[in-house]
Design a protein around this ligand. Sequence first.
Ligand code: MLC
Ligand code: AMP
Length: 499
Amino acid sequence: MTAPHWRVHLRPGSTDVDLAAGGSLPGAFTAAWATDPGRVVLSTLDGVRLNADELAARTSSAAGRYAAAGLSPGDRVLLSAGTSVDLVVAYLGALRRGLTVVPANPGSPDAELARLASGSRPALAVLDSPGRLGDARVPVTTPDLASLPRSGGPVDLDRARPEDVALIIYTSGTTGRPKGVPLSHANLLASAHAVRLAWRWQPDDRLALCLPLFHVHGLGVGLHGTLVTGASATLMPKFEPAAVAAAIADDGATMFFGVPTMYHRLAGSAHLSSLAGLRLAVSGSAPLPVGLHAALREGSGQVVLERYGMTETVMLVSNPYDGERRPGTVGFPLPGVEVRLAPRSGGVSEIEVRGPNVISGYLDDPAATAASFTVDGWLRTGDLGELDSDGYLRISGRVKELIISGGYNVYPREVEEVLREHPEVADAAVVGAPSAEWGETVVAFIVAADPADADALAGSLVDWCVGRLTAYKRPREWRFVPAIPRNALGKIERHRLTP
Ligand code: MLC
Ligand code: AMP
């Protein structure tokens, strides 16, 4: 049902753009490579240079290895490894074979990886350390795919259809149960084309790419945007201000995409002025503080462009490339994306979206799908928004229980469940505390079973979390309290927990 007070916001000009061009990710990538086979498309700061022809050959041979190992289109591959050229080749080879890739943080504890493997049922896992899945009955190889047989003959390549699922990204979700987000080739292609057009991405651009390649920011925007454009990326295994400066000065990077924590560190480093050498610097995944935006501008002349997205949609809204990039806002809907503001109680509005970039539902989870989509097919983002007088979208809060630390999502419920399993913990609650560096940090409120032992318990809880929670999810501060405030239904009243 569409209420009369929806404020619908359509991007003008969005309809004259073919967001499906290429038909699938490999269709678009290979078409771009064919236009200039000698162009360098991937490089590293230690001197690796791969041109389009070489990347086409290496990814075709990777696809051949998957085929020779018995993997058929539609099979799943769990991919969990640090950034490297091999990882990118393994990823693209999988897409070219028509496989569905399940990316995972290589820093997640073994138990979490094993849960992901049993939930997603991959035909193969590609891991930095092959022993990580223990005795799980999943064949394992390393990112160079060296243990897979070489293909003996021609392999069916690049046959994925727009509706085929290219990626399944798992999010812990607010209910505590991981949800699979199935992103089709059409979803991912629409977003890659949208940012290519909106940000005037050109084949001679080079992206300094140090975002992790297991989330949509690094993968769906950074890597896919580069490849649909026929442009290049400098791959970096880790974010360091000095490495970003080297990518710009020594490797000719013209673009940088980062989360606000990266910009905070750049602003406090001796390398801030190097950002002046970029054609475009983009921030997203978490709010970019207005003061940080100003400091970056003052120290480098770079007017950072902030945009907004989420795993279920890839990219949604962006400040304009031409025209004012307004600090504290995320701008206007990207090509193909429709945004509306749905009034909620308390005078606030939730951002709802639809478009070719938006998933059609969660994987095998009709309840989660029904809870997240309106009956007329719009995705409820869980973010609150308002438009300023010029129509720029401002994200004013969140309905969902979520902490964003350094651009990574932390779901309080997942952390609380781990804390409550500790034998000395009677109850626990987790909230986000404001942090200049991280945006928010995780703070735990603990009710000790034996209050006299609180000091010892804090140390024990730190150890308890190692091996059970990925580092960014672990609480950084501990508060011992006599009780966790709950309402009559037993729900934690987080607003009463002041970090
Ligand atoms: C690392 N640590 C973190 C952390 N990242 N702790 C809290 N929050 C984080 N984000 C831990 C480390 O494991 C380490 O723990 C300690 O903090 C210090 O590590 P560091 O070396 O200082 O951190 P670093 O490795 O440099 O990582 C910081 C970072 C990283 C900002 C580079 O967090 C990062 O790459 N963030 C980007 C996340 C991202 O891509 N999000 C996109 C999601 S998609 P210990 O215990 O070892 O000391 C999305 C949609 C959209 O949101 O719109 O884009
Ligand atoms: P994820 O589920 O990891 O994809 O995270 C998506 C969430 O990140 C969104 O729903 C927002 O809450 C948040 N987000 C992304 N970009 C921004 C931004 N520019 N400003 C504020 N929040 C953002």
